[in-house]
Ligand binder design. Sequence first.
Ligand SMILES: Cc1ncc(COP(=O)(O)O)c(C=O)c1O
Length: 392
Amino acid sequence: MTAATPPVPLGAAIRHEWLLDWSKLTVNHGAYGAAPKVVLDAQESWRRRMEEQPSLFMRLTLPPALRKAADSLGRFIGADGRDLVFVDNATSGCNAVLRSLDFAPGDEVLVLSHAYGAVRNTVRYLAQRHGLKIVEATISFPQPDADEIVAAVGAALSERTRIAVLDHVTSASALVMPIARLVALCRAAGVPVLVDGAHAPALVDLDVRALDADWYVGNCHKWLMAPKGCAFLWTRPEHQAAIHPLTISHGFGRGYIEEFDWTGTRDPSAFLAVEAALAFHETLGGAALRARNNALAEGGADILATALGTEIGAGSALSAAMRLVRLPVPGPASPDRALAARRQLEIRGCDAPVSAIGDGLWLRLSAQAYNEEADYEQLAAFVQAFLAEDIV
Ligand SMILES: Cc1ncc(COP(=O)(O)O)c(C=O)c1O
């Protein structure tokens, strides 16, 4: 099946929609997203409504507006709005779940070897407090294989596994996990699953209800291009009474939604602007945009790997609009060398994460609506320039 073509011209033709500084090369959408002007305008108009009459806004306007935003987001991710609450970011969503659970000494927490560092730290914190054991399922890289990942998670499960924390899309390695198979495997073993889907909304097709995990956390400020500080937590109805926000406030004891919808005075405009972000994503093609970005990332990675004479980290079955390309540097890889390579990009007005994975240094590139093939040719020229100077 061929993917539909996005309905509007993309690449350089649409750059006016963002505040991005186009004298710089932007190929790292995955890191912090980039909200378009129309979404920032919607956020600003919510802020103005709030400041026109803060007290009435907080008491009367905000509660239904948050629920309406949750319902709209739910329609996009395949979830019932009643199971969705807004949180500031994926890190705090994962913290809210993990820090609400009861643990007994000796309980095990399953994580992937490519787990996001901040969420892994949350698990480490809990392990120190409660005497837990962290069990890692090892993902091989490069050229990971879905069956091997499923087998690695299966082998890491035990009778003591209290929870599995599974990244939907891994951060440094940008792998799209065979998440439906992993969730089914864990739940069949009686192990609850928290999916850290920080990257997933608007990067991959998402149907949270069908995935049937216990908790799902996702960022709207990355690929959906909501303002920063807009993320969600989905919780199965039977767990909702036991899950609390990190900040306990007036809603305590009044149920999941009241607890999360009010955690003290704050600026809720990023949450409320999610509807503008959903509309913008659809204007650019929705599923067709996601398919186009995926294909562009694949083409961009080809351009870079060909220019450098190296390889791409993973095939299309486990990838979306982010790819890893190996840098052609001899000798052992180290975080310091990865940082030195990234620094060289920064000097040239570009940013892309570079990670030491196994014996190699790997650069992660992203493709979003405003990117086009020429961006990856420019990226290849930057990388070749600093490699020629033998700096890394
Ligand atoms: C898998 C994963 N989890 C969590 C996060 C953290 O997201 P945030 O900084 O929005 O909390 C990221 C960020 O890239 C991520 O890739």
